[in-house]
Design a protein around this ligand. Structure first.
Ligand code: N7H
Length: 458
């Protein structure tokens, strides 16, 4: 049984609110803040139970999560094995270069400022931005000087017909794991996983041998939140596609669109290239019965060598390899994450589009929930997206399969080689500039709501 009224709402994303604010804070006075946490914040934190019922939905959904430094600053009983996640305990800055290939020179200074560490994040979501501002002002005045803002990032669903699409233009939020203990129906092709893949201490939160990971009692029902501010160079991306569009029939724009679709693994409508390899199919993209129902395996085609439909490097294939792993006796289910990202920044201006150069920062406020960072976000970025020999056992062995063209990060001067994108010559590679720039982030623990009143306020 999952206690959904004790689990914070953002972990199992429902319908996305139009606006979100990520409010990063630092704690100055633990004793005073803990009183406000229990008395003022816990009562307004939204649970999973509240979300599906319109009449129970708050006007502003509020979630709160703490970094390791934040849990230490709270000065509660927080032993080494309370959470048992080394990556969380080290913090994102510590392993960003070695594990993620980040260039921390591009990081927002507040994410790497050891003097003034980020202790937590409050995530506010509403269809009305004024209500978010009012709620933040209210929390600030309740908490007084016990905490202060270090940094904040406003984010919003894109306007008009772009709603639901990320900044490069692709429909997002299609493929999420389905939780066996929570969701009554599963769409074809969805990964059905135990709650413990996302929720700490729930069924399925296990190590490599299948033994339950030890979590303190107060931490059962939480989830680790990987936050990343990922800048997207949209005009540069669009220009690159036009300049490198594969030869073939059709006008330049449609060949550029094919290149973009092969990088992502889906067309802008969401239609998977594995099912629609040559042209977008918006009906397919919009149909949840079909848009996730594929494995990359086809009769009469060799899964080890055939990239005619979908490159091995395509973003959604690198981040969820489906039959690339199951066909060789592995499974991608334990590495599932719940994604709750939302775009930030303004729309591309005509000036930026014409010049092919970004002037205003925009991108994805990336949020992923998982019960173990070593299996979830960090694993996917490090061992799949950045691993040039992944997926494995492809033949003839491409010298290098290469990086995920969307999020793959090379180290230092290493070229960002990506193979398979040109449908006319899938053995060829391109050295692709980086269009997604990490501006940094932090790892947080989103505790069960009971802990906000109980253990963490104690
Ligand atoms: Fe990704 N994009 O627009 O290209 N992503 N992503 N992602 N992503 C997905 O299927 C994108 C990022 C995953 O189950 C879609 O819902 C961009 C990180 C996973 O088949 C699109 C950025 C990580 C999936 C994008 C970004 C992931 C997925 C298709 C950064 C993890 C599901 C929509 C700016 C380390 C795969 C959908 C599956 C889907 C894009 C980041 C992982 C369009 C622009 C950092 C697991």
């Amino acid at each position: 049984e999952l206690k959904t009224d004790d689990i914070q709402s953002d972990i199992f994303v429902g319908k996305q609110k139009h606006n979100q604010l990520f409010y990063f804070f630092t704690i100055h006075d633990a004793a005073s803040f803990k009183r406000h946490l229990a008395a003022d914040i816990a009562p307004i934190v939204t649970s999973v139970t509240q979300i599906p019922h319109v009449h129970r939905q708050p006007l502003v959904a509020v979630n709160i999560a703490f970094s390791h430094a934040g849990l230490l600053a709270l000065d509660v009983n927080y032993e080494d094995n309370s959470l048992n996640d080394e990556i969380f305990e080290n913090g994102q800055a510590a392993s960003a270069v070695t594990s993620l290939n980040d260039d921390t020179a591009s990081w927002v200074p507040q994410f790497k400022d050891a003097e003034n560490p980020i202790h937590g994040v409050i995530i506010l979501a509403s269809d009305n931005i004024q209500l978010i501002d009012r709620q933040v002002a209210c929390i600030q005045s309740d908490c007084g000087p016990s905490i202060s803002k270090v940094y904040s990032l406003p984010a919003a669903v894109r306007p008009g017909c772009h709603a639901g699409h990320e900044m490069f233009g692709f429909l997002d939020g299609i493929a999420q794991p389905s939780i066996r203990q929570l969701h009554k129906t599963h769409f074809p092709g969805q990964n059905v996983v135990d709650a413990g893949v996302i929720i700490t201490g729930a069924v399925g939160d296990v190590d490599g041998e299948g033994n339950p990971i030890k979590r303190a009692d107060w931490a059962v029902g939480g989830s680790f939140l990987a936050f990343r501010q990922l800048q997207q160079l949209v005009p540069e991306f669009n220009r690159y596609l036009l300049q490198n569009a594969p030869a073939g029939e059709g006008d330049l724009q449609s060949r550029a669109d094919l290149m973009g679709a092969r990088m992502v693994g889906r067309w802008k409508s969401g239609a998977p290239v594995d099912l629609a390899p040559t042209a977008d199919d918006p009906e397919l993209g919009a149909d949840p019965q079909r848009n996730n129902n594929f494995t990359y395996e086809h009769e009469g085609s060799d899964l080890r060598s055939d990239q005619s439909r979908c490159p091995f490097t395509a973003h959604i294939r690198k981040t969820r390899p489906r039959a690339d792993l199951t066909s060789i006796g592995f499974d991608d289910k334990p590495n599932s994450i719940m994604r709750a990202g939302i775009p930030y920044g303004q729309e591309v201006t005509p000036e930026e589009q014409a010049s092919g150069t970004t002037i205003h920062e925009r991108g994805l406020a990336f949020v992923a929930y998982q019960s173990q960072l070593a299996k979830g976000f960090q694993f996917i970025q490090q061992s799949w997206a950045n691993a040039t020999n992944f997926p494995p056992k492809k033949t003839p062995p491409p010298e290098e399969i290469g990086f995920d063209p969307i999020i793959g990060q090379a180290t230092g001067a290493q070229a960002r080689l990506v193979s398979g994108l040109d449908p006319n010559d899938t053995s060829g590679s391109l050295s692709i500039p980086q269009f997604v720039i990490s501006r940094g982030g932090e790892y947080f623990f989103s505790p069960p709501i009971s802990a906000l009143r109980g253990h963490l306020a104690g």
